[in-house]
Design a protein around this ligand. Structure first.
Ligand SMILES: Cc1ncc(C[n+]2csc(CCOP(=O)(O)OP(=O)(O)O)c2C)c(N)n1
Length: 565
């Protein structure tokens, strides 16, 4: 039987196991939307294409599946770019389908034409312009394969309108044959053996865990490794939920707003084992001071991430699951050496306990004004163990990383690489679509919330009970903090004085709004919000000039922290 291009697309999505897509229609995808009308695939209509991409991203981060987006040509497609770049920087598997003007008009400045392959080349793992319907099934197959294998990432398929309406006999390829794309799966056993020997000799080791650990689902292996070797673990922002924050060997986050103990441990360690982490500049601070006393082992699926930012003594390229399992097997072959190593690193763990006790994460609490950190502690305390937390970008994001205790993998969704304000609400939407029964909470600043607040409408339309906690300081707080510390308090364009009534805004969309400026009410507001069976916006009027500390000033080593007094 012959199928049209748009039918082929939907049938291929079905064969890839896709039952949920996010998108926004338009002339250049109207045929796809017409076929969607009869299809079993669920579609969520967001209010903005950027939000559709973040929603698919949130869906992908919580489920581990490939998120799928459909947008029309021209402005619809260009609206997806921030979402695509966000997913690209955080290695999130996604397939974005954009409509395109008919092939004969491409390059003619046709109505609603944009060169999406050109525009997204630097922010996609790969992209395809379909110029012949006979290529369509293969390109879709390859797009999903590329998105989910190796280091995952977004793949774009630009689909001209004439190809959506053309038809042919449909056969979906069974296998992918791509020359030049060979995602490494198994790590080299000899290299892993060398890593095991280096680890067994270490006296002051640290595991430095990044977002790759979440993507590879290696929380159980990390727990085994740390418990076998009694090695302390620090995570990046992206990996906060990949290792339980309440574990006695957890150091919390490292880097610019990391804990004192994590930053000191990395500075003083003799062996740093990086697991799916890319040595981002927010993590390393001044490179020459970063782990300068240590040998570095780097485990990563992506060969181009190896030695990109720092010198590495031993690289191991491979899927983290297989690499860590083979490392564990090898280590278990040396029980005496393992126990010697644990014994030899006793003083190291004592040093670390000392650092933790000397400078725990802290803030000055207040009876009269709500401290943002307090709200986050309460959210952490009152929410379910499997609650999914998203954030926007700014101070509230860092306070969430510092004061929320994450207990399970894939429960913390945040834009780590690109740092996209407006990410959290649509990502929460996508997570709630994936898990309708779990608590999903977006922790937001007043500035970031206004970047995609229109998605309140989507929450209400689809009855998605996302809870939003706005820590309202009437400032673009994180920028204000820098202006305070480094620009002599010249608060240029960071004050949002307009008294927006967020409660009324929530109500205008048909959601519930709650507000407080009283410390004593914080707990009650959160409890009430979590009990309400629908979307709720909580506005907490917080201390306006609170700062995120510790902080490593730009250009300093991570041991040169400004600490909370
Ligand atoms: C789309 C986008 N524009 C600008 C920035 C730069 N930026 C980073 S944090 C920040 C302030 C965020 O303010 P708010 O959302 O109110 O959160 P707060 O820092 O007050 O918690 C800005 C403007 C950004 N990260 N993303």
């Amino acid at each position: 039987m012959k199928l049209t291009g748009s039918q082929i697309l939907l049938e291929s999505l079905r064969l890839e196991g896709v039952d949920q897509v996010f998108g926004y229609p338009g002339g250049a995808v109207i045929n796809i939307y017409d076929d969607l009308y009869d299809s079993q695939i669920h579609h969520i209509l967001t209010r903005h294409e950027q939000a559709a991409v973040h929603a698919a991203d949130g869906y992908a981060r919580t489920t581990g599946k490939v998120g799928v987006v459909i947008a029309t040509s021209g402005p619809g497609a260009t609206n997806t770019v921030t979402g695509i770049a966000t997913a690209y920087m955080d290695s999130i598997p996604m397939v974005i389908i954009t409509g395109q003007v008919p092939t004969a008009l491409i390059g003619n400045d046709a109505f609603q034409e944009a060169d999406m392959c050109g525009i997204t080349r630097p922010c996609t793992k790969h992209n395809f312009l379909v110029q012949d319907i006979r290529d369509l099934p293969r390109m879709i197959k390859e797009a999903f394969y590329i998105a989910r294998t190796g280091r995952p990432g977004p793949v774009l398929i630009d689909l001209p309108k004439d190809i959506q309406v053309a038809s042919m006999k449909f056969v979906y390829p069974e296998a992918v044959k791509m020359r030049g794309y060979k995602p490494t799966v198994e790590g080299n056993e000899r290299q892993i053996g060398k890593a095991a020997q280096m680890i067994l000799k270490a006296k002051r080791p640290v595991l430095y865990v990044g977002g790759g650990a979440t993507l590879a689902n290696v929380t159980p292996e990390l727990l085994q490794l740390t418990e076998l070797l009694q090695v302390p673990v620090t995570t990046t922002l992206m990996a906060m939920a990949a290792f339980p924050g309440n574990h006695s060997l957890s150091l919390g986050m490292l880097g610019m707003h990391g804990t004192y103990s994590a930053n000191m441990a990395v500075t003083e360690c003799d062996l740093l084992v990086a697991v799916g982490a890319r040595f981002d500049d927010r993590v390393t601070g001044r490179i020459d001071a970063f782990a300068s006393k240590a040998k570095i082992i780097q485990f990563d699926i992506d060969p181009t991430s190896i030695r990109k930012n720092v010198r590495v003594d031993l690289p191991v390229v491979g899927d983290l699951k297989s690499v860590l399992n083979s490392l564990l097997t090898q280590l278990k072959g040396y029980p005496q050496e393992v126990s010697d190593m644990v014994h030899n690193s006793v003083n190291w763990r004592a040093d670390i306990s000392g650092w933790k006790a000397k400078h725990p994460l802290r803030y000055t609490s207040s009876e009269s004004v709500i401290k943002p950190q307090y709200v986050i502690e309460k959210l952490s305390e009152l929410s379910a163990a499997d609650a999914i937390i998203t954030t926007e970008v700014g101070q509230h994001q860092m306070w969430t990383a510092q004061f929320f205790q994450f207990r399970q993998p894939r429960t913390f969704l945040t834009s780590g690489g690109l740092g996209t304000m407006g990410y959290g609400l649509p990502a929460a939407l996508g997570a709630q679509v994936a898990f309708p029964k779990r608590q999903v909470i977006d922790i937001s600043g007043d500035g970031s919330f206004q970047m995609n607040s229109q998605e309140l409408a989507t929450l209400v339309q689809y009855r998605l009970p996302v809870k939003i906690a706005i820590l309202n300081n009437n400032y673009l707080g994180m920028v204000r903090q820098w202006q305070q510390l480094f620009f002599n308090k010249r608060y240029s364009q960071t004050c949002m004085e307009l008294p927006i009534d967020f409660v009324k805004l929530a109500e205008a969309y048909g959601a519930t709004g709650l507000r407080t400026d009283k410390v004593a009410d914080v707990e009650g507001v959160i409890t009430q919000a979590l009990e309400i069976d629908g979307p709720v916006l909580m506005e907490f009027k917080v201390c306006r000039e609170e700062n995120v500390l510790p902080m490593v000033p730009a250009g300093k080593g991570i041991h040169e922290m400004v600490l909370a007094s």
